[in-house]
Design a protein around this ligand. Structure first.
Ligand code: TYR
Length: 449
């Protein structure tokens, strides 16, 4: 506490912030459509392997780097290993955080628009089967998507402006459990729909032919890193605000368990609905999947549907906000140290540039920029794929190698409180061998497969 850095007040506060970073659009929006695109159950299996064999060890590695380094992501590498090239991993992380937030704000803007549409009643009067058009009309515009993106980003910037601790801890303590309750309820409701059996089979019964598609491995590892906020220093940055006493392994276990449960419950909620209502093939839905499918579910619920629409989109917006805050915090913490800016100036300057950089994404999903594609991908999908399937795993690769081989093993184990334990030995070897080979193998498979 001597160096004057901001601190989380309690261990619970830290865990809440870390869970708040992890649980967000990744679990709801991204998990649904990426699982849908990649064969459902086969994807889920590879995803879970990536989470536990690679994500969990790397998360603990990030926690220990951050708490030991006591700096932003680049600074933390440099403090622990001065004059070494490891900080490249940190720079890659700042770049990833910046790019991810640019399109994250766009999707979060969609969520806030849906919240608004349920509050005004506009989303409730739509006929069954017409939600694809409702959604299409919104993202096909220009001013609409940009307006809601800017609104959401302004909120994110305002919170980072005032500092990490205030607001985040409190809102996560109340809203995160509420989101869990709503999701469980909706998942229960989804199980009563006509397409429930088909949806569950899609999510849990793998088609073995799907494993032959090299794309699902990259999709799974990208989703694992994205959903756990890994590979770009968000967890390093948060852990740098930790006092020494916090037990890192149990914090990492909590984050991974909760985040994974959220994703699975969302899957149980969404796929029965997809197989009941969808007028598209589940593999082709793309980023609009939840925005088209869930309103159909709310529509079925009659008068209660509006209430669920409001609650659901409100809570997802809050979850997205706590994730967006952690994304912005990565670049802000870096800019504060690097350029000696104040928190307030950094929040506004970096936040504004990120928002501007997100505008092409906002216009790319049916709007004026939809014809501009690279490798068949519209701008938003391109940014998403580059960061999540390449940058984040690469960042995780550097982090694993750093703690596994670069950092003195005794120090790394001491930082996590795992000296002379079996868990500690297993952890180090996962970082040395399993995670790097797994990540590299998947990246190569994706490039050459
Ligand atoms: N994990 C967040 C989600 O699932 C997104 C995110 C990604 C947040 C990377 C932070 C981060 O560093 O929505």
């Amino acid at each position: 506490m001597s160096n004057g850095r901001e601190r989380f007040a309690t261990k619970l506060g830290f865990i809440l912030a870390a869970v708040g970073s992890a649980v967000g659009l990744g679990n709801v929006w991204r998990f649904s459509y990426v699982a849908g695109e990649n064969g459902g159950a086969a994807f889920l299996l590879v995803y879970l392997l990536c989470i536990f064999l690679i994500g969990l060890p790397v998360l603990l590695a990030e926690f220990s780097i951050g708490r030991r380094g006591q700096q932003d992501v680049v600074g933390s590498f440099n403090t622990i290993a001065p004059q070494k090239p490891w900080a490249i991993g940190g720079i890659l992380g700042v770049a990833s955080a910046f790019i991810i937030l640019s399109f994250y704000g766009v999707i979060a803007g969609w969520v806030v628009y849906f919240l608004y549409s349920y509050v005004t009643g506009a989303a409730a009067g739509v006929e069954t089967g017409e939600y694809a058009d409702f959604f299409g009309a919104f993202i096909g515009g220009a001013a609409g998507p940009v307006f809601w993106q800017v609104l959401f980003m302004a909120l994110t910037i305002a919170i980072v402006f005032f500092g990490v601790k205030k607001g985040i801890e409190l809102s996560n303590k109340i809203f995160m459990p509420l989101l869990a309750v709503i999701l469980l309820f909706l998942a229960g409701y989804a199980l009563t729909l006509d397409g429930a059996a088909e949806g569950l089979a899609f999510l849990f019964r793998p088609e073995f032919s799907a494993f032959g598609n090299p794309g699902i491995y990259a999709a799974a590892i990208g989703q694992a890193f994205f959903t756990l906020s890994l590979g770009m220093g968000a967890m390093i940055t948060y852990a740098s605000y930790l006092p020494k006493e916090t037990k890192l392994p149990s914090a990492a276990g909590t984050v991974v368990t909760l985040d994974t449960l959220f994703a699975i419950v969302v899957g149980i909620m969404i796929f029965p609905a997809v197989f009941t209502f969808a007028q598209f093939d589940v593999g082709d839905a793309g980023p609009g999947l939840v925005f088209i499918t869930l309103p159909e579910v709310f529509n079925q619920m009659g008068a209660m549907g509006t209430m669920f629409g409001i609650l659901f989109f409100f809570l997802v917006a809050v979850a997205a906000l706590s994730s967006a805050i952690s994304l912005l915090e990565v670049s802000v913490a870096y800019a504060m140290r690097k350029f000696n800016w104040t928190r307030r100036f950094a929040a506004i300057a970096v936040g504004t540039v990120v928002t501007l950089f997100g505008v092409p994404s906002a216009l790319s999903q049916g709007g004026p920029l939809s014809d501009f594609t690279v490798a068949g991908l519209p701008f938003l999908d391109l940014m998403d794929t580059i960061t999540d399937n390449y940058f984040l795993p690469l960042g995780g690769f550097v982090i694993a190698l750093f703690v596994g081989w670069g950092w003195n093993k005794v120090d790394a184990l001491k930082e996590t409180g795992l000296t002379d334990t079996t868990v500690g030995t297993v952890w180090i070897w996962f970082l040395r061998i399993v995670a790097p080979i797994g990540i590299l193998g998947i990246l190569l498979l994706n490039i050459f497969g």
